[in-house]
Design a protein around this ligand. Structure first.
Ligand SMILES: Cc1ncc(C[n+]2csc(CCOP(=O)(O)OP(=O)(O)O)c2C)c(N)n1
Ligand code: SF4
Length: 479
């Protein structure tokens, strides 16, 4: 047999998340164990020939960007909810191979009950549990697995059992349950143990291929950044400090476990689903609201940096439209990272019930910064509008089928004496352009905002936004 040294095929050729998108670097810190474990998983997926049917569920934590690396099906789950999301995928697609990849904050803290219930139900999943005894992504806070006396940003004098309890031993805890078929704890302290981890990951995947039930591999993994050690010291710290608290080994292996029968679930159409959950389809499901049938449907995406107030902008438009008897939806979205991400919200305002709050092809985009324009402008539907903050957005290339409206929201807000009201300038512009809601309804909401000192500037900002549009020809917006 010939040894072949190459990047696993289950990885993308380039990892576009990293600073240099044409390079092979990941976003992980030097010496971080996530990289090792990713590689072991990707090699196993290749060798077991399951890439076509694998779904990788990455929740929140440093592993959140799994989808930038694994060339398989990917779903990003809310913090701690990967086992529930994985359960849904596995049950809907019984032949898929579902990997729930979770950190210790994610799995043992916020998602503690999720993992317990999934393990107890014996879901046929493969869980890879990265135990680095700390919250890495958010800057090194205490996790349930943090060691006694270990210093973290939230236990600066060390963890004390009298105050914070004891390190949680997840493998031991879950192995008391009847259903799981395989639970093993491994470590990344040295090459020998990395090879053991490799074997355990393969076993856990093979169990799922054989449809045996719930398997979990816990991996003691270095977090040099959170531990404030260099990569070599981190490996030594696992040996010196972690092994006595988290002894490696096989905690559960049910050799008697038999392949579980795959029970096909009935496929229901929309009406049958509504009946099954007790919501009978009503004749009036498309009844119009109190605004009349000629009110057009507005589907907006409002986007900018976190802190620019785009979520509030969307809330104000939605609430004010709701006060006027329209059907509305407001769906916020911000990156899973703690800071520095973009924020956006989807807003639907219409005269009939809304099936989904998701806006895929907006009638109008408000872009408060360059990345938002670049990301969402291509989605704007033909005949739609792109209103952008020309104080910041300088490089504008837009599809021919949209109308671009530059307004210097931030410069206008600064002239009014407060940069914070740029989002309200945008609100004035949106209202004037679309007629989505009435200025007086929005003024009522502004008057009720908690920051009373901003009321005057906000009202002026609303008017300034309206004026910026007033000079333009009246156009029909919405569908
Ligand atoms: C609902 C929710 N609560 C809190 C956070 C903040 N948060 C992001 S990552 C994280 C901890 C992740 O730690 P861990 O699971 O141990 O993963 P690691 O980063 O160490 O790999 C927290 C609390 C969030 N994103 N969402
Ligand atoms: S903070 Fe820790 S877990 Fe996160 S990438 Fe860095 S070393 Fe890895």
């Amino acid at each position: 047999m010939k040894d072949v040294y190459k990047k696993p095929d289950s990885f993308y050729e380039f990892f576009t998340r990293s600073a240099a998108p044409d390079k092979e670097a990941t976003h992980y810190c030097p010496g971080c164990g996530h990289g090792n474990i990713h590689k072991l998983i990707a090699e196993a997926i290749d060798d077991l020939d399951i890439a076509e049917r694998t779904v990788f569920v990455s929740p929140v934590g440093c592993s959140v960007f799994g989808y930038y690396y694994f060339k398989v099906g990917n779903v990003q789950a809310a913090h701690g909810r990967a086992p529930a999301v994985a359960t849904a995928i596995k049950r809907a697609l019984p032949h898929s191979i579902v990997i729930s990849y979770q950190g210790d904050g994610d799995l043992a803290a916020i998602g503690g009950n999720n993992i317990l219930q999934a393990a107890n139900r014996g879901e046929s999943l493969t869980v890879i549990f990265i135990n680095n005894a700390i919250y890495g992504m958010t800057g090194g806070q205490m996790a349930p697995t943090t060691l006694i006396d270990q210093k973290t940003t939230t236990t600066p004098y060390g963890r004390h059992s009298s105050n914070e309890g004891y390190p949680m031993r997840v493998s031991e805890l879950l192995s008391t349950l009847q259903a799981p078929v395989y639970i093993e704890r491994c470590t990344l302290e040295d090459s020998k143990n990395i090879m053991k981890t490799r074997k355990a990951i393969r076993q856990a995947l093979q169990n799922q291929i054989d449809n045996k039930g719930f398997s979990l591999v816990e991996v003691l993994s270095p977090c040099p950044t959170g531990w404030k050690l260099d990569p070599l010291e981190s490996r030594e710290w696992i040996t010196k400090s972690m092994l006595s608290v988290f002894p490696p080994g096989v905690y559960k292996k049910r050799d008697d476990a038999e392949a579980r029968p795959i029970v096909p679930h009935p496929k229901l159409n929309a009406e049958e689903i509504l009946n099954a959950i007790g919501v009978a389809k009503k004749e009036d499901s498309l009844e119009t609201g109190s605004v009349g049938s000629d009110f057009p449907t507005h589907e907006l995406i409002l986007a900018g940096f976190g802190g620019q107030g785009v979520l509030l902008l969307g809330q104000l438009i939605a609430k004010s439209s709701m006060m006027e008897g329209k059907y509305v939806a407001w769906l916020p979205s911000y990156g899973p990272e703690m800071r520095g991400g973009t924020a956006n919200c989807h807003v639907v305002v219409t005269n009939h019930r809304i099936g989904s709050p998701l806006v895929t092809n907006p009638t109008l985009l408000v872009a408060m910064n360059q990345p938002s324009l670049e990301k969402f402008a291509p989605q704007v539907r033909p005949g739609g509008f792109v209103v952008y903050d020309s104080s910041f957005v300088k490089d504008v290339t837009l599809p021919d089928h949209v109308t671009a409206i530059p307004i210097p929201f931030s410069d206008i807000a600064n002239k009014l004496g407060n940069a914070k009201v740029a989002n309200i300038v945008a609100a004035g512009a949106v209202i004037a352009l679309t007629g989505i809601t009435e200025t007086k309804s929005l003024m009522k909401l502004i008057n009720a905002l908690p920051k009373k000192e901003l009321i005057e500037a906000n009202l002026k900002a609303l008017e300034a936004g309206r004026e910026a549009i007033a000079s333009r020809e009246k156009q029909t917006v919405g569908v």
